[in-house]
Write a protein that binds this ligand. Structure first.
Ligand code: ASP
Length: 560
């Protein structure tokens, strides 16, 4: 209301309510900028006891006439700047204690902002972000509804769900010594919905994962979680693309063009050294493994993989040394600058490299994963340093055909790349147990400007295939039944083919809002240590309460 008054409203009477944003007491007249979520309007108050009492962030209600401001008093910086309200009745609805920070103060410490979130939420930035979160979710819900998806609520308290993180545990008073886990995702429930004939499921689902907090990670976060029966990969990708476009449109942004480009995992790793490449710029990784097979230069000849980046300018020795130091930090043995090693290379080798005059070739020779990792990071680093990234661009793309398994460093065996319910690519299914290293999964990720927005897959819908995957992961029959017996049973009772996806809503909205971290689009986030400065949680519990739960602490909780 406050922010909506315009010149054509002059002459009308209004009743407005909101917070005192600023106040200028001129003795005879008091000017107040009154703020609500729509914006600000200037109130003009005749001197009175109440008017002089006003302070910032008092909550007031004012009644009076909207009048046009004199031309020299118009404020072109305010949408309501052509008018003001001549107040006849003013009521103070609530007073405010002095504030720990001013709402227009810049660079307020973030912990302080979260500690006093009710104040921080009043700022324009947080109002915009929290409302954008709502707008985007509303657009997504409309899209899902139009496409016949059913919003099904699934339990938060469940068995551990293997999404690769630690579980948050919930003790149960009625069954001391036993614990529920907070769902890391609704993965198995949504699959059971498919088996239950709810063939288009979705949910804006809260997920809990006990991981270290980061810019794009909180203990609890929301996903657009969806699943379709009788669906192929393209059906799933189509729904997600429609949701992204709808959310962009709802935010008044030009949506990315559909279909989003698709990139195979192997190509992403080879060309960009990452499974979530930022495609707002080129700077592709080139391969020189074959060309250097018989090189005179031992570093190249003896390495299983040789790749390079072409930097579009020459580098001084010290610039190269700095980049090499970084490459070593990231795990490389060295970073060869073509200008310095060309004397060891043959004409044929030099001709095969595409390193034009005026540019530099930076080579890494090592095991393939090391080469990809280091050049992938170097690519990002150089793009930032050389200002190659178009900050206005929104590049969405899919990464497809991930390997089904990866090496588990802890056990030395195989573990899942996505989760253990992802189906193998049909032609690789026969080889699940005989050649797990080369089985591709029907797994796909959605990437926006180098950020992974979410993952999904076509699922296993046959008990024998599911058991083969569990076996590759080293699970005995007993373990399989103990952990996932209900799933194996359900798969054996008429499971349709199905697949789905989950997109991190908070991450998506943070990017949509141009915010550097998801805390800025979450109303009540936790800080990096996992602490909630607002409520003071987590807190110790008194011994009797723990005793009821069958819990005795091994050590007293740390103070603070
Ligand atoms: N459950 C997966 C996750 O939370 C997403 C999916 O496969 O649908 O990442």
């Amino acid at each position: 209301m406050c922010g909506e008054l315009r010149a054509e409203d002059a002459g009308r009477r209004v009743k407005v309510a909101g917070w005192v944003d600023t106040r200028r007491d001129h003795g005879g007249l008091v000017f107040v900028d009154l703020r609500d979520h729509t914006g600000k309007v200037q109130l003009v108050l005749k001197a009175s006891e109440t008017a002089h009492e006003l302070r910032n962030e008092f909550v007031v209600q004012a009644e009076g006439e909207i009048v046009a401001r004199a031309p020299d008093a118009v404020n072109p910086n305010l949408p309501t700047g052509e008018v003001e309200v001549q107040v006849e009745r003013l009521t103070i609805l609530s007073r405010s204690a002095p504030l720990p920070f001013q709402l227009d103060e810049e660079n307020v410490d973030e912990t302080l902002r979260i500690r006093y979130r009710w104040l921080d939420l009043r700022t324009e930035r947080m109002q915009r972000n929290i409302r954008l979160n709502h707008t985007a979710i509303a657009a997504i819900r409309r899209t899902m509804d139009e496409r016949g998806f059913v919003d099904v609520w699934t339990p938060s308290m469940t068995r551990g769900t293997p999404e690769g993180a630690r579980d948050f545990l919930v003790p149960v008073r009625l069954q001391p010594g036993k614990f529920y886990a907070l769902a890391q995702s609704p993965q198995l429930f949504k699959q059971l919905c498919m088996i239950g004939g709810l063939d288009r499921y979705y949910q804006i689902a809260t997920c809990w994962r006990d991981e270290d907090l980061r810019a794009d990670r909180q203990f609890e976060f929301r996903q657009l979680d969806l699943e379709l029966a009788f669906a192929e990969r393209e059906d799933v990708l189509d729904v997600l693309e429609a949701c992204v476009v709808a959310a962009f449109e709802s935010a008044g942004r030009r949506p990315p063009e559909r279909p989003f480009p698709r990139l195979a995992y192997a190509d992403a790793m080879r060309r960009y050294g990452s499974d979530k490449p930022d495609l707002r710029f080129g700077l592709e990784i080139e391969d020189a493994t074959e060309a250097t097979r018989d090189s005179e230069f031992g570093v190249f000849r003896n390495a299983p993989c040789v790749r390079y980046l072409v930097v579009p300018r020459t580098l001084s020795r010290s610039e190269h040394a700095r980049l090499e130091a970084l490459a070593k930090e990231w795990g490389a043995k060295g970073l060869a600058n073509l200008a310095q090693v060309s004397k060891f290379l043959s004409e044929r080798e030099l001709e095969s490299f595409g390193v034009p005059e005026g540019s530099s070739g930076l080579f890494v020779a090592d095991e393939e994963p090391v080469v990809a990792h280091v050049l992938g990071l170097l690519r990002l680093h150089l793009a930032r340093e050389l200002d190659l990234i178009d900050a206005e661009a929104d590049v969405f793309h899919w990464v497809l055909d991930f390997p089904l398994f990866e090496h588990d460093e802890e056990s030395g065996g195989w573990t899942f790349m996505h989760h253990p319910f992802t189906a193998p690519v049909a032609e690789d299914a026969e080889r699940i147990e005989s050649d797990p290293a080369h089985v591709r999964g029907q797994h796909y990720d959605l990437i926006w400007n180098g950020w992974e927005l979410g993952s999904g897959s076509i699922r296993i819908h046959r008990t024998d295939v599911q058991q083969a995957v569990f076996r590759v992961m080293g699970m005995s029959e007993e373990e399989q039944q103990g952990k996932f017996g209900f799933l194996l049973e359900a798969l054996a009772m008429g499971a349709p083919p199905h697949g789905g996806f989950a997109m991190g809503i908070d991450r998506f909205v943070a990017l949509l809002a141009g915010e550097p971290d998801i805390r800025q689009v979450i109303a009540f986030p936790k800080i990096a240590s996992g602490f909630d400065p607002l409520t003071g949680a987590p807190t110790p519990y008194p011994d009797p309460a723990l005793r009821d739960l069958g819990i005795r602490l091994a050590e007293p909780p740390a103070q603070g």
